[in-house]
Design a protein around this ligand. Structure first.
Ligand code: AHM
Ligand code: MG
Length: 335
């Protein structure tokens, strides 16, 4: 993993602007949009860190579109994203795990060109036990132009069309990681000044790793190829592998990005199409993985090439180092 090449202190805003300079047609609008996300991340992390003090832990008493009980912080994080992005003028559509439908954002012109899709607080069932949680985002440009009349068409784009994606992990420190298709860059929040500072540029995922990450309690319901790979991974010949599973996608992926290995959430009897959501979990994670030299699949096809049919659709996810992912896919194929 490379640090910035000199001793300069670089904030995320500076970094984004510098990245945009490489695009001669850049107008600065995109940097303005990403700065809305960093502002939201600062606010959400402050709320996450003070949750117990503010007495905002626990359920909000409502359920989201998936029938899951919303945590108070889910609701707050969602509102924060909406407030930070909804008034930037250039965002046309917002879509979230916490909203039933994508939302047209009215701007003075009504023609914001970006679509931002996010999971405002991933892993939120872990909040009450003080485990890392995160925000995941995926950004597209609208396909249609002018007033927004065909929301589905603008939203339901395959991951290959993402123009940026990233996540923020609220762990022992707050780290933001993003890509615009030109490498993966990581920033750590310096809380005393409220700025995200560059901590690693052009992050590379190791080509192979020693960790696998999966909810093995579901193993009996996994496809037989995955069960066989897991069995093989425990043999002397394979390893030694070690298992790590937090149950927060952002935290599990963050470790996989830095250390290599594989994260799996296959289909199960309970979730026959997998549990994770394509548009605001798998797609942005897959974009980051591929930009860092890793890869992501649903078991038969590249995550990024999947054509979404609906905003909240689920997908199996196998993501990580090339070597492990390819090996798992090989086992899957053989059944
Ligand atoms: P959420 O978006 O409702 O928080 O659910 C997604 C989370 C992921 O962060 C994590 O990878 C997965 O659910 C864990 O699921 P399980 O508890 O079934 O292992
Ligand atoms: Mg989630």
């Amino acid at each position: 993993m490379a640090r910035s090449s000199d001793d300069r202190l670089i904030t995320v805003q500076q970094h984004i602007i510098e990245q945009q300079r490489a695009h001669p047609t850049a107008t600065g609008e995109f940097s303005w949009l990403l700065s809305g996300i960093t502002l939201a991340a600062c606010i959400i992390q402050a709320k996450v860190r003070r949750a117990a003090l503010l007495d905002i832990l626990g359920g909000a008493g409502s359920a989201n579109v998936h029938g899951e009980i919303q945590q108070k912080l889910d609701v707050l994080a969602n509102e924060t994203m909406e407030r930070c992005l909804g008034f930037r003028g250039n965002v046309g559509i917002l879509a979230s795990e916490e909203l039933d439908e994508a939302k047209i954002v009215s701007s003075p012109t009504g023609t914001g060109k970006y679509v931002v899709i996010y999971d405002p607080l991933d892993g939120s069932s872990n909040i009450d036990v003080n485990v890392s949680v995160g925000t995941i985002f995926s950004i597209f440009e609208r396909i249609t132009s002018g007033p927004i009349t065909d929301v589905k068409r603008d939203v339901l784009q395959p991951g290959t069309k993402q123009i940026a994606a990233g996540y923020v992990v609220y762990g022992s420190s707050t780290v933001m990681c993003y890509t615009t298709g030109n490498g993966v860059h990581m920033f750590t929040l310096e809380p005393s000044i409220g700025s995200f500072m560059l901590s690693a540029e052009n992050v590379c995922m190791p080509e192979r790793g020693k960790t696998y990450s999966v909810n093995e309690a579901n193993a009996d319901a996994f496809p037989s190829g995955i069960q066989k790979w897991l069995k093989w991974a425990k043999t002397k010949e394979a390893g030694p592998y070690t298992a790590r599973y937090i149950g927060s996608l952002v935290a599990d992926f963050h470790r996989t990005l830095l250390r290599g290995g594989v994260f799996l959430y296959p289909r199960t009897a309970k979730d026959p199409t997998g549990k994770l959501r394509l548009m605001y979990e798998a797609n942005p994670i897959a974009f980051l993985a591929e930009q860092a030299g890793g890869t992501a699949s649903d078991g038969t096809q590249s995550i990024l090439e999947k054509q979404p049919e609906s905003l909240h659709e689920r997908t199996p996810l196998i993501v990580g180092s090339k070597r492990e992912v390819e090996q798992v896919l090989d086992y899957l194929k053989r059944g």
